[in-house]
Design a protein around this ligand. Structure first.
Ligand code: UDP
Length: 236
């Protein structure tokens, strides 16, 4: 598999074409943005942490029957994935109140939900990723009814698998964002990444934040948090 031209550069990743039309290569950067792009910075080593952790979790999910875009890790920062058309929905699952949920509904962070919550945002930077419900997604033709049902079932399955897995590492999975894509034949697969950029992780004993909130909220210890998550997943 040979890398050819760059197709796209996003906030945290670059995507390259390959000599195989069905495969692209994702290259993870150390760049970080937050607060709707207002806050910019770099987190040293983040690209490698997110790449390796995301790949590990995608492989774990595949074993549990969740279809993903994952093909092969090429090196610390680069991974071959199946080419997809991203469905422009940010799919958010929450187990505990935090972030925009706590703010929107005027509640504290840390409330444990009886059942996970499920929500969509419209993935659209110009509109600042507005919250939207299923009927809105259908009206905007972002996905079909069948695709939305598939996405919801897959997202809740991902939550069950990851929640249990992270608990074995002494980490509570508070919430996370997923993105899905369509393969050429229309199959919906899990795409993008699963990492401390896209999940909230709290230490199960101390409640310490081990994710991008340390960057968003200027808490310090950002690199240390990413490295600690790497250590929990892969050992020393
Ligand atoms: N999230 C993400 N990308 C986004 C927005 C949210 O990966 O553009 C993740 C975030 O890391 C958290 C979860 O989705 O794990 C829920 O985020 P929330 O809606 O609370 O938004 P935030 O407080 O991050 O603005």
């Amino acid at each position: 598999m040979k890398k050819t031209e760059q197709l796209y550069e996003g906030k945290a990743k670059k995507v390259y074409a390959t000599d195989d039309d069905s495969i692209v290569i994702v290259s993870y950067k150390d760049d970080a943005t937050a607060l709707d792009g207002l806050k910019k910075g770099t987190i040293a080593g983040k690209g490698a942490v997110n790449n390796r952790m995301s790949n590990y979790l995608m492989r774990l999910l595949e074993k549990e029957g969740v279809k993903t875009h994952y093909v092969q890790e090429l090196n610390d920062r680069e991974t071959a994935v199946k080419k997809v058309k991203i469905i422009p929905l940010e799919v958010i699952v929450r187990n505990v109140s935090a972030g925009s949920f706590a703010k929107r509904y005027g509640v504290e962070e840390g409330i444990i939900f009886d059942e996970p919550t499920f929500e969509f945002s419209y993935k659209n930077d110009e509109l600042h990723d507005p919250l939207l419900n299923e009927s809105h997604a259908l009206a905007l033709k972002l996905a079909t009814k069948e695709e939305i049902a598939t996405i919801k079932a897959m997202a809740l399955k991902v939550n069950e698998v990851l929640k249990a897995y992270f608990l074995t590492l002494g980490v509570k999975l508070i919430d996370f964002k997923l993105e899905f894509g369509r393969l050429a034949d229309g199959t919906v697969v899990l795409a993008d990444e699963i990492s401390p950029d896209t999940c909230r992780f709290w230490d199960a004993k101390t409640g310490e934040k081990l994710d991008k909130d340390r960057f968003r909220r200027d808490m310090g210890g950002v690199e240390e948090a990413y490295n600690e998550m790497m250590r929990r997943v892969f050992g020393n």
